[in-house]
Write a protein that binds this ligand. Structure first.
Ligand SMILES: NC(=O)c1ccc[n+]([C@@H]2O[C@H](COP(=O)([O-])OP(=O)(O)OC[C@H]3O[C@@H](n4cnc5c(N)ncnc54)[C@H](O)[C@@H]3O)[C@@H](O)[C@H]2O)c1
Length: 255
């Protein structure tokens, strides 16, 4: 689907992979609603991009917030064509540690943000997309979800994170099938290691060893490489119901 003059919701758009996606969609001539809880960074990015972008403070796990954000995006730009779900976070906690078993509250928090938050925004965006006039290929919209290679090779301490991301991979095909009659495609990106604020907060020696752990290229990914793939998933009408690993052939070891 052509990006020019069409509108994208980008969750987690204030930082990292989401911010790279926001910049890419703007560079392609699209409009963007940055949906994030980080008001300062999200607001700054929207101001930098000018009238093509807006910031909407929104907690993706909250139904009211998302309903209001989708309504506001429609009011501002007339329609929603793309939804890129980058809001999410990691968590490290073993199933059993010296202090006892994994807290249920932290497991629930991660599943709530990474899985329910993604479905909440994707499903409500899809409903908004369903009212669009189809383009010349019959398309009404495109959804891109973000999982992680942890969906396939989760490490020690990643039970909650891997469960949440595995479920995002698992719902990709059924959502694509659900929405096929409406001309809405659904795909998922499973990133390996990417140079975002999250990763850059690690000590330099850890970053060096992460770079060396990638078979080729021998470095972590850069957010622009992620937004390259988002752009392709939006514009290539034949990719649907797919999860694509973006990881330089990295397969994570147990730890
Ligand atoms: N960076 C990596 O190496 C990597 C690898 C695999 C998967 N991922 C996934 O990619 C996605 C983006 O990661 P990133 O590295 O860009 O992280 P990031 O921390 O830079 O950005 C995440 C953004 O999500 C926002 N957010 C958090 N909770 C939210 C909520 N409830 N509602 C709305 N927004 C919320 C944050 O404010 C932040 O701006 C995440 O789902 C992450 O799990 C990242």
């Amino acid at each position: 689907m052509d990006i020019r003059n069409r509108t994208a919701l980008v969750t987690g758009g204030a930082s990292g992979l989401g911010a790279a996606t926001v910049r890419r969609i703007a560079a392609c001539g699209g409009h963007i609603c940055i949906m994030d809880v980080q008001e300062e960074n999200g607001g700054k990015l929207a101001v930098e991009l000018g009238s093509t972008a807006c910031f909407i403070k929104c907690d993706v796990t909250d139904e009211n917030d998302v309903n209001q954000a989708v309504a506001k995006a429609k009011e501002l730009f007339g329609a929603i064509h793309f939804c890129v779900n980058c809001a999410g976070t990691g968590w490290a906690e073993r199933t059993v540690s010296k202090t006892g078993s994994h807290q249920l509250a932290s497991f629930e928090m991660i599943v709530r943000l990474n899985l329910l938050g993604t479905f909440n925004v994707a499903s409500k965006s899809a409903f908004a997309m369903s009212t669009n006039e189809p383009d010349e290929n019959g398309e009404r919209g495109v959804i891109v979800n973000v999982a992680s290679t942890a969906a396939f090779d989760g490490q020690i301490g990643q039970a909650a994170y891997a469960a949440s991301k595995g479920a995002v991979v698992g719902m990709t095909l059924p959502m694509a099938r659900d929405l096929s009659g409406l001309g809405i495609r659904v795909n998922t990106i499973a990133p390996g290691l990417f140079k975002t604020p999250l990763l850059m907060s690690l000590p330099p020696e850890n970053i060096k060893s992460l770079n060396e752990s990638v078979p080729f290229p021998k470095r972590v990914g850069i957010p622009d490489e992620f937004s390259d793939l988002v752009e392709h998933l939006i514009t290539n009408s034949y990719i649907n119901g797919e999860t694509i690993r973006l990881d330089g052939a990295l397969r994570m070891a147990p730890k």
